[in-house]
Design a protein around this ligand. Structure first.
Ligand code: NAD
Length: 512
């Protein structure tokens, strides 16, 4: 464990990131004269970073109205030309990768490597979306009527509203936005109230790209605020699609509101990810895969590994190795070299972790390592914890919900069917993995895992642009950032064209 940085070090890091990304430091004192009512803080030290002026429902409505107006122009720009906007955004993100990463580190507590990885993901989706701008294709199909042609065409949807979570404060926005922009949509963003500054950095670079390529004003506004502002956006009839990333609780609130007004919704909600380790597994590889997936980002990824299902013949050996590896993890400020586990986002996360550990023990679990708060004597406002490994007698109720903190529960199995039942026996369905060297086991797992992501010999976290990302069941069913996820941001039309000079009716119907 290393000493935590001073407030000044964090402020300097933040200021340099904000300045380079083109965000005026005065946003933190609400320079426009509006009340600075949204506090910003760093989980690294727990210090206040200042306060921002949150949007009001009225100002949010005005921004949505302006986005709807911008959409009316943007929809007519040819898609490959729209692609130039995301291309330029990607270039600017490349130039400012370190700068934006600094803000992410300060606000979300990610290590520089993970923060830069998040920005790289934004660059990757911009490249992907640029290519997609020439591939918004539809199919043609034979008509049953002579001299007729049937085809599908794809059209811009309208205003897309993006809600994002604190733990990927900017990448998830870009997954949605890069594709929505080439699809011809306007995008209104309500970022997490815990990571507004990173959002302002990312959005400022996009606004600069938009101005440079001559995109209409108001195309990509940002709404600063908490749940109430998110809710105002969700209820706005002008928002054709709400793409919301966050907890299952949030999805349960947002989904019905959008459904009520027949809007579209794309939900990317909590995960409760499991991995099976079969007796044939390469144990060293499994060990590294498990430790990164379970303890990386301090357990604050939607794809974090939370449930390890290990064959009984190798469980003791593997668990011993995991515990030994956990003891070597360096916990502390992500600004320090070599630190692998940064802070939890806030006190609420720490309390949720403690409550889950207590519940696990009351359900027969044994905490093998971790769970203890550290560095609190130095910075009582910051919440650092030792990642925990808990051996459970079976998959009890504490394992059925997501605790957004580094707890790895371990259970054993004797045959693969049983392991798959345990694996699928939770309400969430985001990411999953098996470690095995047997083809039949791997294939059986891939065909039976009920998750949107199923991996072999790699952990549950660390997705790439190109493969659609998302999950089933309570995870919400959405898919983003790959394969044909662009379709979520467009509407499909079926066109029938008659060049026969006659008017034959389908199904042989006669009329007139
Ligand atoms: P959260 O649900 O507390 O907040 C997420 C966002 O939703 C925030 O911007 C918040 O202001 C907004 N929000 C909350 N309630 C709302 C409401 N009723 N109406 C409108 N907006 C509302 O989540 P969090 O703590 O920021 O993030 C952690 C959670 O996000 C975890 O559950 C994690 O698994 C999940 N997550 C999922 C994915 C994914 O792709 N599946 C990715 C990242 C995070």
């Amino acid at each position: 464990m290393t000493a935590l940085p001073t407030d000044q070090t964090i402020t300097d890091l933040l200021t340099s990131g904000l300045n380079a990304c083109g965000v005026e430091a005065s946003v933190l004192s609400a320079g426009s004269g509006a009340p600075a009512n949204l506090p910003a803080r760093s989980p690294i030290t727990g210090q206040s970073l200042g306060s921002l002026a949150a949007d009001t429902k009225e100002s949010a409505a005005d921004k949505i109205a302006a986005a709807a107006e911008a959409f009316a122009t943007w929809r007519d720009v040819p898609a490959p030309v729209r692609g130039q906007l995301v291309q330029r955004w990607g270039q600017l993100l490349g130039e400012h990768k370190e700068d934006l990463a600094k803000i992410i580190t300060v606000e979300a507590g990610k290590t520089p490597s993970e923060a830069a990885g998040e920005v790289q993901e934004m660059i990757d989706i911009c490249e992907f979306a640029l290519g997609q701008s020439r591939q918004l294709w539809g199919k043609t199909m034979p008509s049953e009527r002579p001299g007729h042609r049937l085809m599908e065409t794809w059209h811009p949807l309208g205003v897309v509203g993006v809600i994002s979570a604190f733990n990927f404060p900017v990448a998830v926005y870009s997954w949605n936005t890069a594709l929505a922009l080439v699809a011809g949509d306007a995008v209104v963003w309500k970022p997490s109230e815990n990571a507004v500054l990173a959002a302002l950095g990312a959005q400022s670079l996009l606004a600069r790209a938009a101005a440079e390529v001559g995109a209409p004003e108001g195309l990509v506004p940002i709404l600063v605020g908490g749940r109430d502002i998110g809710d105002a956006m969700v209820r706005d009839e002008r928002v054709a699609l709400v793409s919301a990333t966050g907890s299952v609780r949030m999805g349960r609130e947002v989904g019905p509101v959008v459904a009520e007004r027949f809007g579209r919704v794309l939900l990317e909600l909590g995960g409760n990810n499991g991995a099976i380790v079969a007796p044939s597994a390469d144990i060293d590889l499994a060990l590294r895969g498990v430790v990164f997936a379970a303890a990386g980002t301090a357990g604050q990824r939607c794809t974090t590994l939370r449930r390890l299902i290990v064959h009984e013949s190798i469980a003791d050996d593997l668990v011993e190795k995991i515990v030994a590896a956990y003891k070597t993890l360096s916990i502390g400020s992500p600004t320090e070299d070599g630190v692998l586990v940064g802070p939890l986002i806030n006190e609420g996360s720490f309390e949720a972790m403690q409550a889950a550990l207590k519940q696990a023990e009351s359900e027969g679990g044994t905490v093998l390592c971790g769970g203890r708060r550290v560095l609190d004597d130095e910075r009582p406002e910051a919440h650092y914890v030792e990642p925990a490994v808990v051996r459970m007698p079976s998959q009890t109720s504490v394992m059925e919900s997501e605790t957004f903190a580094p707890i790895l529960y371990v259970v054993t199995y004797s045959d693969l069917d049983e392991a798959l039942d345990v694996h699928n026996g939770v309400p969430q369905g985001l990411s999953s993995a098996i470690f095995t060297t047997e083809l039949a086991e791997s294939e059986k797992f891939l065909s039976r895992s009920d998750c949107g992501i199923a991996n072999v010999n790699i952990g549950t976290s660390g997705a790439e642009i190109g493969g659609a990302f998302g999950g089933e069941k309570e995870t919400g069913g959405g898919r983003e950032s790959g394969t044909d996820s662009w379709k979520a941001y467009m509407r499909q039309a079926t066109n029938t064209i008659n060049y026969s000079g006659e008017l034959p009716l389908a199904q042989g119907v006669e009329f007139l």
